[in-house]
Design a protein around this ligand. Structure first.
Ligand code: NAD
Length: 468
């Protein structure tokens, strides 16, 4: 009989301090430190993902109407590939590093950097890529030798329940566990002492996490949102820009932290770009997005109503789309021409399938607007000549950037992923996933026989010593 998605059950609030204490205590057993232990856990997690493939696909469909292809690409294969990459490289990354360029006496002390696990860590996931954004950081924590509690997003409960099953089946429960719940449970978790908190979600909640962590000087990694700009100059290819930006905005029905939030477009390009968007949209969804199995849904009523309000408040003109169905949580890919950077669709993060475009006179104006809307977005996407795209990079800041495409940089497993400024702090993926949960512990060891050579450091500091 095919396995079923288990029910989503909140962890009892009373249990949470004991769970945290157990995971904290278990770190002190030092059992998670040996490399072999970590590799075994990673291997088991890999196979549990493989074994639960069908359930993951079903859960992503239940929570977000996620097309199977997207689940494979951005959840299942994503995590499995991350594990394989980690397994292949962990033995090398976990090795001590020798200090660089040192003089002879210092060399005798054998200065090196050990890669120590930070300890017991808390990972808090977000709903939009429920598996990837929870298990991705967890893979890093396991690799670094930490013990961990994972708190997935309650907004994607089917995925949260499947992850609980996967973790119980594969990982040693002494060292890794899951706590299910929403604000009260997360608050209870934040009341416990952690050696690192890794949070993915909105900047508002990120602020709550950072304040709470500061009380106990707990380090945090914050993966937050961004009002990410895209740029289309006179020299861009309108067809390519339309196709690629439409892909980036229809993927996961626009619920992507690195998706472009708005497009600053040279006024001469508006007409060809919008025409191409229409053509591409027809090609993506010949029967319309609503009838396509390849287009997802908004995660819940709360997010749906937020998006609806945002579009209602916009003073822009809908050029394409605009249809919504509350019962089905469907929002059509919607292109809106706005006339001000203060429009609701630009100044707030939509995190949905809206493509607001704001015509500009030239690239200088576009760069000025982008820097004013959000000086430190998570991603940034210029389309134009090579020189123009480099100009955008050199006059802006962002967590990452993709030139001539939507958020491709975020999909390269070996590239560290993270924000800058208020779009986040701390990066992960690839080696960065190991580093973010690792303490680089500097160590030297003074040989006994060297004492004679060190004699001059001891008082009294005679005139003879000063001359040496
Ligand atoms: P969400 O509702 O899934 O919340 C994220 C997590 O925060 C959940 O686990 C939730 O339980 C917890 N949470 C919510 N309110 C809380 C509170 N008051 N106190 C403590 N914990 C609380 O997701 P969201 O926050 O709506 O996610 C959307 C945002 O996340 C967007 O801004 C998006 O850009 C950002 N995001 C960023 C990344 C990234 O990697 N940088 C990835 C995905 C999403």
């Amino acid at each position: 009989m095919a396995a079923k998605i288990p029910p989503f059950e909140h962890t009892s609030l009373d249990e949470i301090p004991a769970v945290a204490a157990r995971i904290r205590q278990s770190f002190l057993s030092h059992k998670t430190r040996p490399l072999e232990f970590r590799l075994v856990q990673l291997r088991k997690l890999y196979w549990a993902l493989k074994d639960n493939e069908a359930l993951i696909i079903e859960a992503c469909k239940e929570d977000l109407g996620k097309p199977t292809f997207e689940t494979h690409l951005a959840e299942l294969s994503w995590c499995m590939n991350d594990i394989v990459f980690m397994q292949n490289n962990l033995p090398r990354w976990a090795k001590d590093e020798k200090a660089e360029d040192i003089n002879f006496t210092n060399k005798l002390m054998g200065p090196r950097i050990r890669k120590d696990p930070l300890g017991a860590v808390l990972v808090i996931g977000a709903f939009n890529f429920p598996i990837q954004l929870s298990l991705g950081p967890l893979i890093g924590a396991i690799s670094a030798g930490c013990t961990a509690v994972l708190k997935p997003s309650e907004s994607s409960p089917h995925c949260a329940a499947v992850m609980q099953k996967i973790i119980a089946e594969s990982l040693d429960p002494e060292y890794y566990t899951i706590v299910q719940g929403a604000i009260p449970e997360t608050t209870a978790l934040l009341d416990q002492k952690w050696d690192k908190i890794f949070y993915t979600g909105s900047a508002n909640v990120g602020t709550i996490i950072a304040k709470k962590a500061a009380e106990t000087l707990t380090p945090v990694a914050l993966e937050l949102g961004g009002r990410n700009p895209s740029f289309i100059t006179k020299n861009a290819d309108p067809k390519l820009a339309a196709r690629r930006l439409l892909w980036a905005k229809t993927f996961n029905a626009g619920q992507v932290c690195v998706g472009q939030n708005y497009t600053l477009i040279d006024k001469e390009m508006v007409q060809p770009f919008v025409k191409e968007l229409e053509v591409q949209l027809k090609q993506f969804y010949p029967q319309g997005a609503r009838n396509s199995p390849d287009y997802g849904r908004i995660v819940n009523q709360r997010q749906f109503q937020r998006l609806k309000k945002m579009l209602d408040e916009s003073r822009g003109k809908i050029l394409i789309g605009g249809t919504m169905d509350e019962d089905d949580l469907f929002i059509e890919p919607t292109v809106v021409q706005v006339d001000s950077m203060n429009d609701s669709l630009i100044k707030d993060e939509s995190f949905g399938p809206f493509l607001p475009i704001l015509p500009v006179n030239d690239l200088d104006e576009a760069i000025k607007i982008a820097n004013e809307v959000h000086a430190t977005p998570l991603g940034l996407y210029p389309f134009g000549s090579k020189a123009e795209m480099e100009k955008v990079l050199s006059q802006t800041r962002s967590g990452g950037a993709t030139l001539n495409d939507g958020f491709f940089h975020a999909s390269i497993p070996t590239l560290a992923f993270g924000g800058v400024g208020d779009s986040g702090q701390g990066a992960y993926r690839g080696k960065a996933s190991f580093d973010v949960f690792t303490h680089r512990r500097s160590v030297t060891s003074t040989p006994t026989w060297i004492e004679g050579m060190l004699d001059m450091r001891y008082p009294p500091f005679t005139a003879k010593k000063l001359q040496q």
